[in-house]
Design a protein around this ligand. Structure first.
Ligand SMILES: *Cc1c(COP(=O)(O)O)cnc(C)c1O
Length: 355
């Protein structure tokens, strides 16, 4: 009899990352995918040419230090390049951070529900996830998160705007929270949706990072910048953490194509912000329509909205599927709807009117 292969015990509990589904085809209807918080518009003008040019070099390994992008980001955000570490999407960077700071027996605190990659990444590192429930209004419960800190805590994620609820943490709340965080515990502010945030009270990650020795920020080119498939994101924070993140990286993980597209996109920020504004306006329009139909939903500051349909989530999602619209269900809790084109959103409003 052959023996089963020996895996780490964590592997049996490890959930697989659930990606947003594709829309299923329905006769007579254009299908739309509103399930992964992607940018509905194609890359910024000229980016495809940049990608094509970079593709001529793919027989070479890329620059392992991702220097050009690191320097561009340093100039853009007015920080030393040493404080910046890039990776294969901000999920990649997130994983590098966890591996750098937390191992077996250590604890990683985050709100729940929040980004579904956090528990997976903590488990891969062998660390324990400490999940602190969101408040009744779907926001981070920072006092409860502060109360969850122990001697084993190594890292705290603060996701703002929060995926999947769209809520933000205010600067005031965060500064109060930091009074309870020991200086040797790293706090990472995940700002994947920062470009869409219009809340004047909201926490400013980069300004905050400059004020605390143990705060870092995670950003991505996947959402507002529309480069999700190229897998590129970055960390800005304490130099020793940025150094450690460089050490835990898969060598040559960031391709020359991703780097070139990101650098070129940074130069098109004005154009980008116009597109972001369109999505913000779609969000405001959609939230208003939904409220008029009679649904209560938290005000979102991201490129998606959260509809807390609780036990009726699956039923609603089935109706969306029948209308060729893919959304992101969290069974028993609610549904996350990415702000994309208006046509599928109009279909969803129609569904809700008779739901
Ligand atoms: C989408 C998302 C990310 C980024 O994903 P990448 O594509 O890996 O950059 C990070 N954090 C949150 C909260 C997200 O929703």
């Amino acid at each position: 009899m052959s023996k089963p292969l020996r895996l780490r015990s964590e592997m049996s509990q490890l959930p697989t990352y659930k990606a947003g589904k594709k829309a299923e085809a329905v006769a007579g209807l254009t299908a739309f995918k509103l399930s992964s918080n992607e940018n509905p518009i194609e890359p910024l003008p000229g980016i495809i040419d940049v990608i094509t040019q970079a593709a001529l070099e793919v027989h070479r390994y890329p620059d392992p230090l991702v220097s050009q992008l690191t320097n561009a980001l340093a100039a853009r955000h007015n920080v030393a390049p040493e404080l910046i570490a890039t990776g294969t999407g901000s999920v990649g960077v997130c994983q590098q951070i966890v591996q750098a700071v937390a191992g077996a027996g250590d604890e990683v605190i985050f709100a729940w529900r929040s980004f579904e990659a956090y528990p997976i990444i903590a488990t891969i590192a062998g660390a324990k996830s400490v999940q602190v429930p969101l408040t009744a209004t779907n926001g981070h419960d920072l006092p409860a998160m502060a109360a969850a800190i122990t001697d084993a805590t190594r890292l705290i994620f603060v996701c703002t705007p929060n995926n999947p609820t769209g809520t933000t943490v205010s600067q005031l709340e965060f500064d109060e929270f930091m009074k309870s965080v020991p200086q040797d515990v790293l706090v990472v502010i995940d700002e994947a949706y920062v470009e869409f945030n219009r809340d004047p009270q909201a926490l400013d990650g980069l300004a905050t990072m400059r004020r605390y020795p143990n705060v870092g920020v995670l950003r991505t080119f996947s959402k507002a910048y529309g480069l999700a498939a190229l897998r590129i994101g970055f960390f800005i924070g304490p130099e020793e953490i940025a150094d450690a993140v460089r050490k835990t990286a898969v060598p040559f993980g960031v391709s020359n194509i991703a780097q070139a597209a990101a650098v070129a996109s940074l130069e098109l920020e004005a154009e980008l912000l116009k597109r972001v504004e369109t999505i913000v306006q779609t969000r405001e329009w959609f939230e208003k329509e939904i409220r008029e139909v009679g649904y209560d939903l938290p005000a979102s500051q991201a490129n998606f909205v959260w509809l807390p349909l609780k036990e009726r989530t699956d039923e609603f999602v089935a109706q969306c599927t029948a209308q060729a619209v893919a959304v992101r269900p969290f069974s028993g809790e609610g549904v996350r709807i990415t702000m994309g084109e208006r046509e599928p959103l109009l279909r969803l409003i129609d569904i809700l009117k008779s739901f």
